[in-house]
Design a protein around this ligand. Structure first.
Ligand SMILES: [Mn+2]
Length: 424
């Protein structure tokens, strides 16, 4: 299905009076409101191709109706999201779950929805049919050079797919690690990973970035070979200027101060990509902002501060992506909610009075510093985000529009009730 522009306009007409009242009210107290609305308008968050179907846990998966069964349908789904919010202008592919057999055709389809291609993702955490060597005991860190070579070759293949589509970055996330003490020699595992990444790095085009993603635990439970930002940064520094650390919010131990990590990585010029999700316990992959909206705001506060300090463009300087799994909600609605939560946190971070905060910090005025941050966080910025959408031609309320236009019902009519998307 396609959502027509007049359907969006009709939806907006019904919401316009309330919206304008709310927006006018908030605008009165914000001197740089136009600048904030413009920044929000151009801020895009990529959608991963594996998040468009229902996700599972290791206990099961309850797929919903009308899920996309092909790459083309996944691109159509991101097109629907982008039509509704004008903030999801790129798709990130996972190879080999989504291999573009005809890159030109896929590119043209994406372009017809106004979409580009974000980072391409390799997968050496599963064995594929017909694969010669198993990744059961790891891939890039494996003790056997033949397994490492197979994993390196796969990553080179992924880069080639990315080049054909117009991607500009490769994300490497490894499940490599150990589940029992003594299973691995930590130094050898790290060195093997580094040497393998160096081989892959050689095949990166000059205008590409490599994102090295870390994760504290799972699927391995004793050690992960790239477990935290220090290990990722070590690798990125050894690899070279095209290599960066990627922060996935769910890949930390509980209560880790992610905002501090973000701040220091930006200072070092080594924060390259960002994966949004939320969690209570571990890598829960829930809707961004669903559990800890204040933490999301504090992270954005450091992102804005750190990017401004380095003159990095907010919209294009980093790779922004959602990396979540939708076990209960309709995946498309969940993604709309995530994008909204991200933009709200970003808008609140843009409201922070940085001059006053600097003064409070210099004066050790702890109370004032907290007031400044919480004043921004407690501002209801939803109408500012909505205004940026309105100006971009999107729906004032994307979730309501999704319901009113019966998007899932129509997709189910087209695709059937029993379709299962590839992914986890
Ligand atoms: Mn991730």
């Amino acid at each position: 299905m396609l959502i027509e522009t007049n359907q969006i306009e009709q939806h907006n007409q019904g919401n316009l009076a309330t919206h304008q009242r709310n927006f006018n009210f908030i605008s009165e107290n914000i001197s740089n409101i136009e600048e904030i609305v413009e920044k929000l308008k151009v801020f895009q968050i990529a959608i991963p191709s594996w998040a468009l179907g229902t996700g599972g846990t290791r206990f099961g998966r309850f797929s919903g109706p009308g899920e996309p069964g092909t790459l083309e349908q996944k691109i159509d789904d991101v097109g629907l999201l982008h039509k509704l919010n004008q903030s999801s202008g790129a798709i990130s592919l996972h190879i080999p779950w989504d291999i573009p057999s005809d890159a030109e055709k896929i590119k043209a389809l994406a372009a017809s929805h106004g979409l580009g291609f974000d980072a391409v993702n390799s997968n050496t955490f599963q064995d594929q049919k017909g694969q010669e060597h198993s990744y059961k005991f790891g891939s890039l860190h494996h003790v056997d050079p033949k397994v490492r070579k197979q994993a390196v070759d796969h990553n080179i293949e992924v880069i080639k797919h990315g080049i054909a589509l117009g991607s500009k970055s490769l994300t490497v996330w490894l499940a490599d690690g150990s589940s029992f003490p003594g299973q691995l020699n930590f130094r050898e595992a790290f060195q093997n990973t580094l040497e393998s990444l160096k081989e892959i790095y050689k095949h990166l085009p000059s205008d590409w970035k490599m994102f090295v993603e870390y994760k504290g635990f799972e699927p391995n439970f004793y050690s992960m070979t790239i477990a935290d930002w220090g290990q990722s940064l070590l690798l990125a520094n050894k690899l070279g200027e095209k290599a960066y650390t990627l922060v996935d919010l769910g890949h930390h131990q509980p209560n880790v101060n992610i905002e501090q990590i973000v701040s220091l990585l930006l200072m070092e010029g080594k924060l390259g990509g960002f994966h949004f999700n939320d969690s209570k316990y571990a890598d829960d992959d829930l809707t961004a902002g669903a559990i800890k909206p204040y933490q999301l705001f504090l992270i954005f506060n450091e992102l804005v501060d750190g990017m401004d300090a380095k003159g990095i463009d907010h919209a294009t300087g980093l790779g922004w992506m959602i990396d979540a799994s939708h076990n209960l909600k309709d995946p498309l609605v969940d993604l709309l909610q995530s994008v909204e939560a991200i933009k709200i946190a970003y808008a609140q971070a843009l409201l922070v009075d940085r001059k006053a905060l600097k003064e409070a910090q210099q004066a050790n005025d702890v109370v004032k510093a907290q007031e400044i941050l919480q004043d921004a966080f407690r501002t209801d910025v939803r109408s500012i985000v909505a205004e940026s959408r309105l100006r971009a031609g999107a729906a004032l309320d994307p979730v309501q529009a999704f319901r009113d236009l019966k998007v899932r019902e129509k997709l189910t009519e087209e695709r059937g009730a029993v379709t299962i998307a590839t992914g986890l």
